[in-house]
Write a protein that binds this ligand. Structure first.
Ligand code: ADP
Ligand code: MG
Length: 696
């Protein structure tokens, strides 16, 4: 059935979306669902029962036998536990049953999910509750019900709950502002997100030969290949047939699930690609990004590939990120970051722009912390991704506008007079890619901001929670002030000028990869948190805690729990990487180089017996032996340091960052030199050349 469907019928064919609900529910139940979604009301049980019945029938028609509450624990991935619909019937057969209660609420054992201390083991129960703003779907024989996940005592144990709350917060404050501009219609403002997803495709057979890829998702060894990304021929290059097949299959799978997969192309590094969907509300974008990452892996497998979503699978070529395109839109589809064509629209645009600039400046460390993961440490500040310093790129036109407002001077493009908020029309702000600055962590791209620091494997929930909340905070301050203003336009201009002036240090249009910028940023007082170990303290900063608590996104314990989970995760990842390294050194590399050195020594003897020169064999054997000793020592130190990781979580994180990573670098260095000296047939696993050019 699935292959016969063509677009557009294929699209969302596996989604219990609004159209399907309309067709399959009574008018009353459909209306109740709609009110529940638009006004955030709870669903009564009789409606829930009817929806559950309709959903089950629909899902069974599509071949589903099971249902699952699908949730997003604080690991950043998704979780699911499947129950079948079957219920024994009198005649010894079964019926398919699914009740409103089962739709609305589930009770998975929460004890094995990270809670950061929010749930003691005697309260292992966790609850999942249907998120009716996100559609259910059928995948692999199960009905998937998107849910939030919380503990017995009601603490959020997931990433969806706070995301939804942050969306509510920014909506509430944005609507207050819109009222001041005379908008009486808008009920909700929705955060809109389009996440661009980068990934690598590697041949499955080669992948299986590397323990590091299997255990950690990245290569822990590998000498620089003769060819990397120097040729610059891969970016937007022709897509190889097997990859094209994969992409086609992936698109189909995503489309069936209602994911608006739009763009696909080759990325900068060999074997690297990107998929970008059309943007949607932040909650849906977050669900869909999780589905996209999952399906990339599953579909790759069918094509004999492995999809690597790690931030830095390979040294020497670019790693993978995720660009989080973010904007705000009213319920009637008006983009609040679109510079309008009338003076009044522009005053409103400038106020939202001011709110964003203020938010990024005030919460720069928090935003930085939301993208802090051990994988992303390999990218940020490494000349291939934005620096670890936060700044905003506005582009020539908008920068000139902001300058003119700050200075009160003449804005040249408009001619005669200085640019006045609410009086003048803004110049055209280009919405194309001509004025792109790829080195900026936060770029205005015509009608949205592109947050470019995210790692490819992370959930987009965290960064969007902070973007929404910081925006809610600036907007609420402005609403408090402007609601009391006697002369709205006069106070508005003053406010915009004040904000631009106070926060202009965060604006930077130049080259973010330039060392001079890092110095300049320091002079401006911008923070430069170089690693995850430095950045994570933002989670316990009072100012940041207050932001999320004030806007109802978290309560204090929830926020602290999240910080703790990131800290623990950091050490856990580094620990696994360290152990995998030791394992590969002991079981793969040392035996291989020892064997090869012995072989060379044998050849030396044979050659010398006939009086022949054995310079190459002797030299190489000596070099290999010296490096082998170096590797042995480095691995010994790494092993013993891994045994001595401090108990305290924060100390452990710093120890992993300062000591374990340095040990790993040293071991890798010796191993990579050995790779270059060793006969290919002796080297125990595929090299970078094999892996990076394995797509055919
Ligand atoms: P590029 O790769 O040049 O950055 P793409 O077109 O590939 O650009 O990706 C841009 C992403 O931004 C897409 O996911 C797109 O849907 C999304 N996007 C476009 N407009 C908005 C908007 N107003 N709000 C949020 N995201 C948007
Ligand atoms: Mg982009």
């Amino acid at each position: 059935m699935k292959t016969e469907l063509k677009m557009p019928e294929l699209f969302a064919s596996m989604v219990f979306d609004e159209e399907t609900m309309k067709a399959r529910l009574s008018v009353a139940s459909y209306e109740s669902w709609k009110t529940c979604v638009t006004n955030g009301e709870t669903l009564d049980i009789s409606t829930a029962n009817e929806i559950a019945e309709a959903m089950k029938q629909w899902a069974v028609e599509l071949g589903a036998t099971h249902f699952t509450h699908w949730f997003q624990p604080m690991t950043g991935a998704t979780a699911e536990k499947h129950d079948s619909f079957i219920k024994p019937s009198d005649n010894g057969r079964v019926m398919m049953e699914f009740s409103g209660k089962e739709l609305v609420k589930g009770e998975p054992d929460a004890s094995s999910f990270p809670s950061g201390g929010l749930r003691s083991t005697f309260e292992a129960r966790g609850y999942t509750a249907w998120d009716p703003t996100s559609f259910a779907f059928v995948k692999e024989g199960s009905l998937y019900i998107p849910t939030i996940f919380c503990s017995y005592s009601g603490h959020a144990l997931d990433k969806k709950t706070p995301l939804l709350k942050s969306m509510e917060a920014v909506s509430r404050e944005a609507v207050r502002i819109l009222r001041l501009f005379g908008d009486t219609q808008t009920k909700h403002v929705m955060a809109q997100v389009g996440p661009e997803q980068e990934y690598f495709l590697i041949d499955k057979k080669l992948y299986n030969e590397r323990e590091d890829l299997r255990m950690t998702g990245r290569t822990l060894f590998g000498a620089k290949p003769p060819r990397g990304q120097e040729m610059e021929d891969h970016y937007f290059g022709m897509i190889k047939p097997r990859v094209a097949e994969f992409m086609k299959d992936l698109d189909e799978e995503l489309w069936k699930l209602g994911v608006l997969s739009k763009t696909k192309h080759n990325e900068v590094a060999p074997a690297q690609h990107e998929m970008a969907p059309i943007y949607s509300d932040a909650n849906t974008a977050n669900d869909h990004n999780q589905l996209a990452m999952e399906l990339m892996k599953k579909v790759a497998d069918r094509h004999g590939f492995v999809c690597l979503i790690h931030e830095k699978p390979f040294k020497y070529v670019n790693g993978s990120g995720k660009h989080d395109n973010w904007s705000l839109s009213t319920d009637s589809g008006e983009n609040l970051f679109k510079p309008g064509s009338t003076p009044s629209q522009n005053a409103q645009f400038l106020l939202f722009l001011a709110a964003f600039i203020q938010g990024v400046d005030e919460y720069q460390e928090f935003l930085r912390a939301t993208v802090a993961t051990p994988g992303n440490d390999h990218r940020l500040g490494a000349q291939e991704a934005p620096p670890a310093v936060m700044s905003i790129f506005l582009g020539n036109e908008l920068s000139a506008v902001v300058d003119a407002i700050i200075q009160g001077t003449e804005y040249t493009d408009t001619g005669k007079h200085s640019l006045q908020v609410g009086v003048d029309v803004l110049p055209d702000i280009p919405q194309d890619n001509t004025d792109r600055n790829r080195t900026s962590p936060m770029a205005f791209t015509g009608n949205k901001f592109e947050f470019r620091m995210l790692g490819s494997s992370q959930s987009i929930a965290g960064p969007n929670i902070v973007l929404n909340a910081m925006m809610a905070e600036s907007l609420s301050q402005y609403a408090d002030r402007l609601e009391k203003a006697d002369d709205f336009m006069a106070d508005l201009s003053l406010l915009i000028k004040e904000v631009f002036t106070a926060h202009k240090r965060i604006l930077f249009d130049g080259n973010g990869y330039d060392d001079a910028w890092i110095e300049e940023a320091e002079r401006r007082g911008l923070s430069n948190l170089k690693s995850t170990a430095d950045a994570l303290k933002a989670y316990t900063d009072d100012k940041n805690e207050e932001l999320l608590i004030r806007h109802g996104v978290y309560i204090e314990e929830e926020m602290e729990a999240r910080g703790r989970i990131h800290v623990e995760n950091y050490s856990a990842v580094i620990n696994i990487e360290g152990r995998t390294m030791v394992d590969m050194i002991n079981k793969d590399i040392l035996p291989a180089v020892s064997e090869y050195a012995a072989e060379l020594c044998g050849r030396v003897q044979t050659k010398q017996a006939i009086g022949a020169a054995a310079g190459y064999e002797e030299e190489t054997a000596k070099k290999i032996s010296a490096l082998t000793d170096e590797l042995l020592a480095a691995s010994g130190k790494l092993s013993s340091d891994l045994e001595n990781i401090p108990e305290d979580e924060v100390e452990a994180m710093h120890f992993c960052h300062d000591v374990i990573i340095a040990d790993m670098d040293k071991a890798r260095d010796a191993a990579d030199q050995l790779e270059l000296l060793t006969d290919k047939t002796y080297w125990p696993f595929p090299t970078y050349s094999d892996l990076l050019f394995s797509e055919r």
